[in-house]
Ligand binder design. Structure first.
Ligand SMILES: CC(C)(COP(=O)(O)OP(=O)(O)OC[C@H]1O[C@@H](n2cnc3c(N)ncnc32)[C@H](O)[C@@H]1OP(=O)(O)O)[C@@H](O)C(=O)NCCC(=O)NCCS
Length: 156
């Protein structure tokens, strides 16, 4: 299954069901010009819940060169690697992916998307609970005893 999502600039990304071999979760890869720029791992919990295990938009994805060739045993490519290393975060891909997942969950007759904000992700981005709130999730904060920072839930 391949679908298209758009970032906030109108750029197109393919969302492709991956045949990763984990029994615990399924994966959607997000691709741009044939390169993976993000992924979403999820599984269904019962009939009602699409559970978001882990997801990430790359901040250092390497895009393919416009051209490349071997010149006297030296590999030449244009643009150079540093120009092709791109941060795909904060372009609206995550927001588009949540909309995609909500549609997908609904198409499978699920009622909610659920997940957790983990400590390591919260340490890197303390705004994450608010990120989910701004996208319509209800957020329940944990405390020092919980293994998670926040539980998130979105009715679809
Ligand atoms: C969280 C994440 C999935 C969001 O995806 P994204 O494509 O960057 O998000 P969007 O472009 O749709 O949203 C941009 C918003 O997120 C904020 N944002 C994104 N990355 C951020 C970061 N590293 N630090 C602070 N804010 C960030 C932007 O300021 C912007 O705020 P807004 O709500 O006022 O618009 C992505 O940043 C990511 O992969 N982070 C690392 C892994 C992670 O935390 N995964 C989530 C686990 S619960």
């Amino acid at each position: 299954m391949e679908n298209i999502i758009l970032d906030k600039y109108g750029k197109k990304y393919s969302v492709i069901e991956s045949d990763c071999d984990s029994e615990d979760f399924k994966r959607f890869n997000i691709e741009y010009r044939g390169r993976r720029v993000g992924y979403t791992n999820y599984h269904f919990e019962g009939a009602d819940v699409l559970y978001l295990d882990d997801w990430h938009i790359e901040d250092d994805a390497i895009l393919p060169p416009w051209f490349s060739f071997d010149l006297f045993f030296c590999f030449v490519s244009f643009p150079p690697l540093s120009w092709r290393t791109v941060n795909f975060q904060k372009r609206g891909i995550g927001t588009a992916m949540i909309k995609f997942l909500a549609d997908y969950a609904r198409s499978k007759c699920a009622k909610r998307i659920e997940g957790e904000v983990k400590h390591h992700d919260f340490k890197d981005n303390p705004d994450l609970p608010n990120w989910y709130r701004r996208r319509g999730f209800s957020v329940v904060m944990g405390d020092e005893k919980t293994s998670w920072v926040a539980k998130i839930s979105l009715a679809v």
